[in-house]
Design a protein around this ligand. Structure first.
Ligand code: MG
Length: 352
């Protein structure tokens, strides 16, 4: 039996600001989000959430919901530093760690011998260590597979833990609303709901073939998850060959301009993610993925060793020439990383 822990820091950026700055402690607080029209909030504390403020919400909307909202600019360098500290804590328990972002990671503790191999006690000890060393709280999910661990870490937030044992797995999954399955965004959820599918239980009663017809390959994932199946193992950093970010759009887009805007939006996120995995930016290719509203997708990828937004725009232009009038439902950017073999070659000193 495999044992996974998903650790998720509680409103991470906001929590760091509240820790370091007393004036932020008892007010509704949001990080990021300049006040101009295009600003978007990156995270907020629980006081702000009471007013309905959420991550990725336009600042203007957040201020309407919560006029007293305090906006803090965000200190990415500090967050990265804390993130390193947390990752260092993880490695005391296992080297099988897959970071998903600065404040979130999967751990595979199947082979961890601490606490007689009790994943629950390991997770509690990790949360305790994080709090005593960073004064920040984390929530944990413990489960026999990745996606359930991730859903579980959200169950008792903040500063909570949720354990789903192999015996509880089936019952837990059965009642899950489909929107909780990682990868099921608003658009997919809308389509599932439109055919009366709301929970994993509903999916189990639905004909598999119809699911595939409607959702393509992702239909298979929905089917598996609805049965509590997730065979993925961790993507360990040293084995990672590419890094990407993608976004399913709330509505299909038809204009080139909107696509360029998406690239503009995703590019800093890709950069952030890449910096975690390959701080020296050792990349060997850049690529763009477009998924159309008929669920076909296209990828344009070229060899390129320097990370460049302008180059993504070039790739996008190629991609857009393939739309054939279809709307675009997802835009993704990715880069291929230089493998360890080539890595060595690059660092070989000149002889003679
Ligand atoms: Mg978090």
């Amino acid at each position: 039996m495999r044992k996974f822990i998903h650790i998720d820091m509680d409103c991470f950026y906001a929590a760091v600001e509240m820790r370091d700055n007393p004036k932020y402690r008892n007010v509704p607080l949001a990080i990021g989000g300049s006040k101009d029209r295009r600003g978007v909030i990156s995270t907020c504390n629980y006081q702000a959430r009471k007013y309905g403020v959420r991550s990725a919400m336009p600042t203007s909307q957040a201020l309407k919901l919560c006029p007293n909202l305090t906006l803090a600019p965000g200190r990415m360098e500090v967050y990265k530093e804390v993130s390193k500290q947390i990752r260092q804590i993880f490695t005391r328990y296992t080297n099988k760690v897959e970071p998903l972002s600065l404040d979130e990671a999967y751990l595979d503790v199947t082979d961890c011998e601490l606490y007689s191999g009790s994943a629950t006690l390991i997770a509690q000890d990790i949360r305790r260590a994080i709090f005593s060393e960073t004064q920040l709280t984390a929530s944990a999910g413990v489960a026999p597979c990745k996606f359930v661990a991730k859903i579980a870490s959200d169950e008792n937030k903040p500063n909570g833990i949720c354990i789903i044992t192999p015996e509880q797995l089936d019952d837990f999954v059965l009642g899950l609303p489909l929107g909780k399955i990682p990868g099921v965004g608003k658009v997919t959820l809308g389509k599932l709901n439109s055919i009366e599918l709301y929970t994993c239980k509903d999916v189990r009663a639905y004909p598999f073939n119809d699911l595939i017809t409607r959702f393509g390959k992702f239909g298979n994932t929905i089917w598996d998850r609805s049965h509590g199946r997730d065979f993925r193992s961790l993507e360990i950093e040293r084995k990672r060959k590419s890094v990407g970010v993608e976004r399913t759009l709330p509505e299909d887009i038809y204009s080139d301009e909107d696509c360029y805007k998406m690239v503009e939006l995703l590019y800093p996120k890709l950069k952030e993610r890449l910096q975690l995995v390959s701080p020296q930016l050792l990349i060997q290719s850049q690529g763009i993925k477009l998924k159309f509203n008929d669920f076909q997708q296209t990828t344009v990828e070229h060899k390129f060793h320097t990370l460049s937004k302008a180059y993504f725009f070039d790739l996008l232009r190629d991609g857009l020439s393939r739309t054939a009038g279809r709307g675009i439902r997802l835009v993704g950017l990715h880069v291929g990383l230089i493998g360890s073999e080539q890595n060595k070659q690059l660092t070989l000193p000149f002889s003679g």
